[in-house]
Design a binder for this molecule. Structure first.
Ligand code: B12
Length: 308
């Protein structure tokens, strides 16, 4: 089992007790810890979980991400006022550091404070990454920083998956894939998390999926929704032919074909033989909700909180 090292502050937040209590328990040998050369206590997450279970302490708290005191104030304020611009700014800074642990804790913190994943994707992750792209284009950061940031976000999202609250299954399934050669998959993964939270069974095929692979999967599983993402277009003729084959297959059994991603906005749904081109995770949810007569998903309202 993987382990995470926690500070006194983080353990206190996790167990909803004060830092003094944690220091006392550590001093009494109730919870194991090691001291760094600088004299700071470090705890093992696994050992804290064992301690909490043995002593019936509920792990109800959320660990604040390792941000500076000033950022922590902004984070709490941003969450409280649902100020997504501020939250995206913090997400941008943490991602640029390339520390996937910090990005994971930040995502977990936002999610546990009832910001649904569609909002996290559309209002926090996307604007932060657009900004990283702009910084790179202006030569203010190197390509390695952009790669490191997207790696950290991807790793953090994978770690977040088991923490996602999932509504009971709604009986519908979705396949999510990027076209062949496409490696931008953070948007697609965000959409997959959004659908899973809403009770969809998601088959996440991911980046760089050849058309033949999509077709054989769709024939076998017949997902109600096929979600395809593309951000760069290298061979338009081949891509459009692929979309035509996929689109007519989905039509033949009454599924829905949704396309999204940075470059898809340059086309109409009929150009891509699809039913809908979605600009955001919320847009996709709204469309699917109408098509499949589902109960409303989480509110789009920028000020709103999750309505589930
Ligand atoms: C991170 C990033 C990368 C990472 C990708 C890592 C990864 N694992 O995903 C790395 C560094 C590897 C990369 C590589 C490249 N990149 Co890049 N990259 C970006 C960046 C900074 C962010 C993209 C991102 O993840 N956004 C966050 C997500 C959440 O947003 P999103 O993708 O838009 O998704 C949202 C919606 O669109 C929607 N959505 C997305 N997909 C779908 C699908 C469906 C079905 C639905 C319903 C909705 C939906 O929901 C999401 C949530 O809101 C953008 C900058 C920008 N302005 O976007 C450039 C950008 C996309 N890259 C670009 C380019 C050119 C490249 C490279 C070609 C560079 C190169 N010369 O090598 C390569 C190409 C790789 C390839 N073949 O795919 C260009 C694309 C320009 C264009 N198409 O005209 C951009 C715009 C940068 C720029 N301004 O030039 N990139």
């Amino acid at each position: 089992m993987t382990d995470t090292t926690l500070s006194t502050k983080e353990v206190a937040a996790l167990l909803n007790v004060t830092e003094t209590t944690i220091k006392r328990w550590a001093g009494e040998g109730k919870i194991p810890c090691v001291k760094t050369l600088g004299g700071h206590r470090k705890f093992s997450m696994n050992e804290i979980i064992q301690f909490a279970e043995k002593n019936s302490y509920p792990i109800t708290g959320t660990i604040p991400p390792p941000v500076t005191d000033e950022q922590l104030d902004q984070l709490e304020f941003g969450v409280h006022t649902r100020n997504y611009r501020k939250l995206s700014e913090i997400f941008f800074q943490e991602s640029l550091q390339g520390d996937s642990q910090a990005v994971f804790q930040l995502l977990l913190y936002l999610y546990k404070h009832h910001i649904n994943f569609a909002l996290i994707a559309d209002e926090i992750i996307k604007p932060a990454l657009v900004r990283i792209g702009e910084y790179w284009a202006r030569g203010e950061i190197e390509i390695s920083h952009e790669h490191r940031a997207s790696q950290a976000i991807t790793a953090a999202m994978i770690r977040l998956a088991p923490e996602l609250y999932r509504k009971p299954l709604n009986g519908l399934s979705a396949m999510c894939a990027c076209i062949e050669g496409e490696i931008h998959e953070i948007g697609l993964r965000s959409l997959a998390f959004t659908l899973e939270s809403e009770g969809w069974k998601v088959d996440y095929i991911g980046a760089n999926t050849p058309v033949d692979t999509m077709i054989s999967f769709i024939k076998r599983v017949r997902p109600e929704a096929v979600c395809v993402s593309f951000t760069v277009m290298e061979n338009e003729k081949k891509v459009l032919e692929g979309f035509k084959s996929v689109g007519s297959l989905i039509k033949s059994y009454g599924g829905r074909f949704i396309v999204g991603g940075f470059y898809s906005v340059n086309y109409t749904a009929s150009d891509l033989y699809c039913d809908h081109i979605a600009s955001s995770a919320h847009d996709a949810l709204d469309y699917l909700k109408d098509e499949f007569k589902l109960k409303p998903g989480p509110k789009k309202d920028i000020k709103g909180v999750q309505n589930d």
